[in-house]
Design a protein around this ligand. Sequence first.
Ligand code: GLV
Length: 313
Amino acid sequence: MVTLAVAEGKHADFPSWKRAFSTLAPDLDVIWWEDALQTPQNVEYLLVWQPEHGLAARFANLRAILCVGAGVDHLLADPHWPHDVPLVRMGGQETAALMEEYVTWACLSLLRETRTWAWQQERRIFHRKLVTRTAATTTVGIMGMGHLGTQVARRLRDFGFQVRGWSRRRRELAGVRSFAGQAELADFLSGTDILVSLLPNTPRTRDMIDADLLSRLPRGAALVNVGRGEQVCEDALLAALGRGHLSGAVLDVFREEPLSPDSALWDHPAITISPHAASEASRAEQAAYMVQVIHEIERGGTPALLYNAERGY
Ligand code: GLV
């Protein structure tokens, strides 16, 4: 019997985890983390999202830590984080599909300026501004062509957008133009109408979307951020929108979450805000993915979405 301790959400959420796992993997002993602390040495797997600092280190015999998020940067901020334990990021079909659909929606929303429609509707204004631009004449540039980035690129390409991707190393994907490294970043940006960040949060990507980067986009370009809030310099974004260099932004992640009621981003007529909700798979799908990962590790395999400290994601 292998033991999995759940340290995600509140205790009231635990029964739904337990149910999800019991149908998928009756061989797995699934327990709540506070109960698991009675005999922490018996726990082989730990499931987390935002555990309190020091918690993971209290389990000395972990074979892996499974994160319900695709991004794990916040976990590594724990000064007691057990860096020697394999850390696995969230994956699975539903996680990817949700992100693909969110980014497709965001791009279409920017094309049709739906933020303006919402603004007008609140004020009962029936004003038409025709938009005749279509996906076929719009280039979406995705920064971060990892697990999610490549799937989003494929979906946007199949939908009919022109798609290009930027990543540290070149990624060959049919119908998607690949740009790699710092040397090709300016070229990538100069032909991008909608910039999508799906970058992980690392020292390299922090504050990367700054005034200089935004100024390299063509006039009228737009931004979709589904990476991490720390990547965007908010003042630079507001300034670029203010002088019309950028036409809009769809933001799902923020430096500070929840976004403060005082933030200038809320009221901006060209910014659409979603509450870090782009892609979170159902409990059943998350559990199915975790079971697959645990079985893989138990067989001696290496999960595909293993955190790599050298890469930083
Ligand atoms: C959410 O942002 C995640 O990392 O999955």
